[in-house]
Design a protein around this ligand. Structure first.
Ligand SMILES: [Fe+2]
Length: 386
């Protein structure tokens, strides 16, 4: 049994002060700051930028990003290679953080990132980095991979390794208030999927399940309250911590069929990752339970304020009901049809959804092409009814 971790987690109530303390500890004078343009106007980020500018040599880049591409990595790595900073700070959603992770290794390696993307070639060094998530979703602030899309050959995979992983993950919940409701829902449900899929994963162990279970409890019991009590930051803090712990869980025990199915939806139809995962999750869980996966019963035990059942089958049914009636799904707002997916795409998407073999083989029960097709057919029927 093993559990791997690297990033030091700092739960922050004062972003500028906490970042300054890290920089002093690490003896840093030269910083590359990369910020997602969607959050760059947040007061705390503007204050951080001003504070850093006064004391350190700062190179500031504001980026507009949907999914991180190999082209973007190469473009920024070329720039930073001319004068490599001592440390990167990345602020944004999972896409921004993955981009920063990839830049931090490619700035000190020759060639292009395609040389490492799906080739098995490993990175030998990387620049230290602090990652600050502004969504509670991917767990990218602690995971060892950076998922990149090669738009030329439609190849989406993670590059990975210890040099890619952040040194510090700073959780500053106020920044997650910048998200609109549909993004809070999609990213929060992606984090929930990480907790669930890593818990039920074939390669889960006692330690990873401890992280998954706590992550599930924090996300499931707090995410609905983020919408209900918008002014109360505590619920956002709980979901952000849950998302981070779920990141540590998938770092060690990976995901499952839901994530495998989600990849082609992002590549071919540009469905945001969280939306794809959130839409698929209830159907994948139902399929897994139908085929004999029983681990979900333990997850039911940590849901707040639900009836107690002794019998495992009753717990499984009740868990599925809880998932189906989970309010955050209502905030997603869009269906696959809104992204141009219809009955004619199903076979292709279902087949391509079997490509991510690592996640698929990690699913608690065998997951087949027919399972995938059946899920798409059900989703198509439901979105017609809408
Ligand atoms: Fe995910």
């Amino acid at each position: 049994m093993q559990f791997d971790s690297k990033a030091k987690i700092i739960i922050s109530d004062n972003l500028s002060d906490d970042i300054d303390s890290i920089l002093i500890d690490e003896n840093i004078s030269d910083i590359g700051l990369i910020v997602d343009s969607k959050v760059s106007n947040a007061e705390s980020i503007k204050n951080l930028k001003t504070a850093l500018n006064k004391k350190y040599r700062l190179r500031y880049n504001e980026i507009e990003i949907n999914e991180p591409t190999t082209d973007m990595v190469n473009q920024y790595a070329n720039e930073f290679r001319k004068n490599v900073p001592e440390l990167f700070i990345g602020i944004g959603g999972g896409s921004t953080l993955d981009l920063v992770k990839a830049i931090s290794v490619m700035s000190v390696h020759r060639g292009v990132v395609e040389d490492y993307h799906g080739t098995g070639k490993t990175f030998t060094q990387g620049i230290r980095k602090i990652l600050i998530p502004t969504t509670s979703g991917t767990g990218a602030e602690v995971t060892k991979g950076a998922v990149l899309v090669n738009e030329k050959n439609k190849f989406k995979r993670a590059i990975g390794g210890k040099h890619i992983t952040a040194d510090y993950a700073v959780l500053y919940a106020e920044l997650t208030s910048t998200m609109p409701d549909n993004v809070t829902a999609a990213t929060g449900l992606d984090a929930l999927a990480h907790a669930i899929e890593s818990y039920t994963a074939k390669c889960a162990n006692e330690i990873t399940r401890m992280y998954s279970l706590k992550a599930f409890s924090l996300i499931f019991n707090n995410l609905p309250k983020v919408f209900e009590y918008k002014e109360n930051l505590q619920y956002r803090k709980n979901v952000l911590l849950g998302s981070c712990l779920a990141g540590y869980a998938i770092y060690n025990s990976d995901t499952g069929a839901c994530h495998a199915m989600s990849y082609p939806l992002g590549i071919y139809n540009h469905v945001p990752h969280g939306t794809a995962v959130a839409t698929l999750l209830p159907k994948v869980i139902a399929t897994n339970i139908k085929k004999g996966a029983s681990q979900y019963a333990t997850l039911y035990d940590v849901v707040d304020e639900v009836p107690f059942f002794r019998n495992a089958n009753e717990k499984l049914n009740a868990f599925l009901e809880q998932i189906h009636s989970f309010k955050p799904f209502q905030y997603i707002g869009k269906t696959f049809r809104d992204y141009g997916i219809n009955e004619s795409n199903i076979d292709f998407l279902a087949e391509r959804g079997l490509d991510l073999k690592s996640a698929l083989s990690n699913n608690p029960v065998e997951f087949t092409l027919n399972d995938s097709i059946s899920i798409y057919q059900q989703l198509m029927k439901e979105s017609t009814l809408l």
